[in-house]
Design a protein around this ligand. Structure first.
Ligand SMILES: *Cc1c(COP(=O)(O)O)cnc(C)c1O
Length: 365
């Protein structure tokens, strides 16, 4: 007799660890470890969530009709090809479950978002990591890893935790060189922050090709991370597959209501984008002034490099900041041991961070 045994691959998973939250304390604390919205959520979305509490006894609309219609209207895409999920994380998991099996492989980039590899392992598949150049995805390196068992290529564009992106022309070159039976998943979680002309979030590619899916989230610029809401835009046959494998009520009523209201408040999104740009530029300037190397970012976080010196290395700075109530993200799981990922926070948090870093890196530090 043996005890219940999980499927192959599952025990190889090291569970994903989210950004640390500050411990309750007297001191004012700042959570800059999970790329959450610095401006919170839209007041309209919060209002809609509260109003939804009147009907919590009712099952949600399992087809997310109103939300999909609003997403379609906002982004100019067909609601019938949209599938909503409990975070875009659920869409990534469902795609893997539906298209990847034991002995297959998925490809992601070296410093790409780690959730893809975890999803692959939970399906008994291998995760292959394509080397990056200058902390940026490299299409040729991705293509070198493709073999007959490759089922999905995951590309976070722009990527977390690096904040780098590849232009639309490169994403198209990647798709062009992939076999038609390989799915290209473009994770555009930070698309709303992007302000460069050569970037495209991927909806046009979904329209153009039968093997491209784009995923999006309400967790970042929309400020609804706690509600777990995301979506995928897919070719119709892939949307059909996801609708078969997802739970019938996978998105809760509060998330559906808040999501619609959040989409209606694009003014909030615009505010969040410009606040983020100003604060990111300011932080980058401060890091530069302190002699710290960082990766120019297009997102709501910056990856910063620390010297290999006692008291000033990434680990020691992580602990120092934490002891002062500022939480940033350790990059150990990404094998970027000399780096910390710092989310753009509220104004006071960004200033507190710089004040603390000045004590270690300033002229008087
Ligand atoms: C934050 C993030 C997501 C969003 O995940 P949710 O499950 O929607 O909260 C997806 N991909 C990347 C690269 C991210 O950084």
């Amino acid at each position: 007799m043996t005890n219940p045994t999980p499927q192959p691959g599952i025990l190889d998973i090291t569970p994903y660890v989210g950004g640390a939250a500050p411990a309750p304390s007297e001191q004012k604390t700042y959570k800059m470890s999970s790329n959450e919205s610095a401006l919170g959520a839209s007041p309209k979305a919060m209002g809609a969530y509260k109003a939804a509490s009147d009907s919590l006894y009712l099952y949600p609309d399992g087809g997310a009709h109103e939300l999909r219609a609003k997403i379609g209207e906002t982004y100019g895409i067909d609601p019938a090809q949209i599938v909503c999920g409990s975070g875009s994380d659920e869409i990534l998991q469902l795609l893997t479950k539906a298209y990847v099996g034991v002995g297959d492989n998925i490809i992601q980039t070296q410093y790409g978002f780690l959730v893809y590899a975890l999803a692959a392992k939970s399906c008994g598949a291998e995760a292959r990591f394509a080397p990056e150049k200058n902390l940026t995805a490299d299409v040729d390196e991705i293509l070198k890893l493709v073999d007959e068992r490759t089922r999905i290529v995951f590309l976070a564009n722009p990527n977390n935790p690096t904040g780098t992106y590849i232009p639309d022309s490169e994403v198209r070159r990647l798709r062009e060189a992939l076999r038609e039976d390989i799915l290209l998943v473009i994770d555009a979680a930070y698309a709303e922050y992007m302000e460069v002309p050569d970037y495209a979030s991927g909806e046009q590619m979904v329209d153009d090709f039968d093997n491209v899916v784009m995923t999006r989230t309400f967790s970042k610029i929309y400020g609804l991370g706690g509600l777990r809401l995301g979506w995928g835009y897919c070719p119709a046959p892939i949307a059909d597959v996801l609708n078969r494998v997802r739970g019938p009520f996978n998105v809760n009523a509060g998330a559906l209501a808040a999501g619609v209201a959040a989409l209606e408040d694009q003014e909030f999104v615009d505010q969040n984008r410009s606040f983020n740009r100003e604060e990111r530029d300011w932080l980058a300037q401060q890091f530069g002034g302190l002699g710290l190397e960082f990766v120019p970012s297009h997102c709501n976080f910056i990856l910063v490099k620390f010297p290999d010196e006692p008291g000033r290395n990434a680990n020691d700075i992580l602990d120092f900041l934490k002891s002062e109530g500022v939480m940033v993200r350790d990059m150990g799981p990404y094998k970027l041991d000399e780096w910390l990922r710092i989310s753009i926070g509220e104004k006071a948090g960004n200033r507190r961070l710089v004040e603390l870093l000045s004590k270690r890196f300033g002229n008087d530090g």
